[in-house]
Ligand binder design. Structure first.
Ligand code: ZN
Ligand code: ZN
Length: 305
């Protein structure tokens, strides 16, 4: 696309659904914390989900405390719009020092309640200097989640998530224009962690992709593969037998990928991140049938759980 658009001038016919839904900065992580707590009750991974709930609570507090962060100026925004690029690309927009302040606040809050294993990871992160933390941030932002010390990355990702959430909210929905690649986040270029039906009460039957980094949600036609654009005929849905189908896996026979679909229209308390981590059994089921997940959950240690 080459049309030069100013913020607030993004064409959108009245009656069309919003292209992007921004997170509610005051509640996005607090809502997630409440959902983790709800899901932890009676769950076989209850201790883990309970800890993730405390992590989400710490994310909300760190976001509440974060001052305004630098965002692109108007010239940079116009340039991104002209080239159909995200405004604050995870791979090239440098986070300022506020992200490390957020990480250290999260670690300080979690340390007293952490299990032995998590406490060791928290302490190892607390001993790192700025350069070492920035190096870990680079791995998360390039989605290099495997390898040495992968157990540290979810904490780093938690801080980066709230930093990028802050960026998205400061930029505002009107500034976030469609980009050339419909399967990645128009704000930060991140991959979706899941898609959501009924993302908000105003859009009950529509599908939005949920960004794994900045919590922005963007509209995408419902019945096609989010990874390769294959049509509805190639797409199938699976869920764990006997559950209520709140979380399903949308599999594609063309590219052999899958992404989970969270049906917030069935239960408005569902959360894209918490419900994803509470349904790892579904990932195992779909992996075993030969599909690979097309977008990450940055809070998950690969192979660790
Ligand atoms: Zn994003
Ligand atoms: Zn596909």
């Amino acid at each position: 696309m080459t049309t030069l658009l100013e913020p607030g001038q993004i064409p959108q016919a009245s009656g069309e659904p919003p292209r992007v839904l921004l997170p509610d900065a005051k509640d996005v992580f607090a809502h997630r914390a409440r959902r983790f707590a709800q899901l932890a009750d009676g769950h076989s991974l209850g201790d883990y989900l309970g800890f993730m709930g405390r992590l989400a609570r710490a994310q909300q507090r760190a976001l509440d405390a974060m001052p305004a962060v630098p965002v692109p100026d108007d010239a940079a925004k116009s340039q991104s719009h002209q080239h159909g690029m995200p405004l604050v690309p995870a791979q090239s927009w440098p986070p300022d020092a506020a992200w490390r302040t957020a990480l250290r606040a999260i670690l300080a809050e979690l340390a007293p309640a952490a299990s032995e294993a998590a406490a060791a990871t928290v302490q190892s992160l607390q001993s790192l200097d700025d350069a070492a933390l920035d190096a870990l941030a680079g791995r998360v932002l390039r989605t290099e989640l495997y390898g040495e010390q992968a157990d540290r990355l979810p904490f780093v990702a938690a801080a980066l998530q709230l930093y990028w959430t802050k960026l998205a909210v400061q930029l505002g929905a009107a500034a976030i224009a469609p980009i050339d690649v419909p399967g990645v986040c128009p704000c930060c270029g991140g991959l979706p962690s899941v898609s959501v039906i009924g993302a908000s009460p105003e859009v009950p039957g529509l599908r939005y992709l949920h960004c794994s980094l900045c919590n922005t949600e963007w509209n995408l036609t419902r019945a096609k593969c989010t990874a390769c654009d294959a049509p509805e005929s190639s797409v199938a849905y699976q869920h764990i037998e006997g559950d209520n189908g709140l979380v399903q896996a949308e599999t594609c026979d063309v590219c052999k990928s899958y992404l989970k679909l969270v049906r917030r229209d069935k239960d408005a308390s569902a959360d894209p991140v918490a419900d994803d981590l509470a349904t790892l059994a579904l990932d195992i089921l779909v992996d075993e049938s030969g599909f690979s997940r097309s977008g990450p959950n940055l809070l998950l240690v690969p192979g660790g759980g």
